[in-house]
Write a protein that binds this ligand. Structure first.
Ligand code: URA
Length: 210
């Protein structure tokens, strides 16, 4: 994958995303769909992981067969909506470590304020995959990536479900070294910092709050 952004246009993802966007989709279905799409996004974001050959014996023969090599993984959830992507990612990447960054958006300025940061000690030796479903203004994503780099993270990718064109441009400009994978780039950001058409508040919809 180039250090750029990739929109995954796979029909299964687009189909599931349509149901997530629908305001009539129930909380349990919304969670399940996010988990299923996250599995597929995990598959895409790890597409270029290096492999090496190892010798194994099947019941019938001894062969050289590929296993993943290189850096171990750390998933980083931007709280709280990022947590909704963790289960699906872990279905595919069960051995990954998990970090959390707590950032909330100041409702007036839309600027991120950090309230929590907990990472594995060896973050610098891991491929870090940051997850947050909605890349809206990009402010939280940009701040989270700055903070991760400050704490030693060296190889980082960013995965979201939906992006606004404004958020994607801002993130690419601030962190051109971080490849981004998303299921869609929507039309625009509205004056309240919501993605349009989007799916509303992802955290509220997955946790059933409002
Ligand atoms: N966060 C959300 O959950 N939804 C948006 O549209 C923007 C930010």
């Amino acid at each position: 994958m180039n250090p750029d952004y990739t929109v995954i246009t796979h029909p299964l993802i687009q189909h599931k995303l349509t149901f997530m966007r629908n305001e009539n989709t129930t909380t349990d279905n919304f969670r399940r769909l996010l988990r299923e799409i996250s599995q597929m996004l995990a598959y895409e974001v790890t597409r270029d992981l290096p492999t090496e050959m190892t010798t194994i014996s099947t019941p019938l023969a001894t062969i050289e067969s590929p296993v993943i090599s290189g850096k171990k993984l750390c998933l980083v959830s931007i709280l709280r909506a990022g947590n909704g992507m963790l289960d699906g990612m872990l279905d595919v990447l069960p051995a990954a470590r998990i970090g959390h960054i707590g950032l909330y958006r100041d409702p007036e300025t839309l600027e991120p304020v950090e309230y929590y940061f907990k990472m594995p000690d060896d973050i610098g030796a891991r491929l870090v995959i940051v997850v947050d479903p909605m890349l809206a203004t990009g402010n939280s994503a940009i701040a989270a990536l700055h903070r991760l780099k400050e704490s030693g993270a060296a190889t980082i990718k960013y995965v979201c479900l939906l992006a606004s064109p404004e958020g994607m441009a801002a993130l690419r400009k601030a962190h051109p070294d971080v490849p981004v994978v998303t299921a869609a780039v929507d039309e625009r950001l509205n004056e309240h910092g919501y993605i349009v058409p989007g799916l509303g508040d992802a955290g509220d919809r997955m946790f059933g709050t409002r």
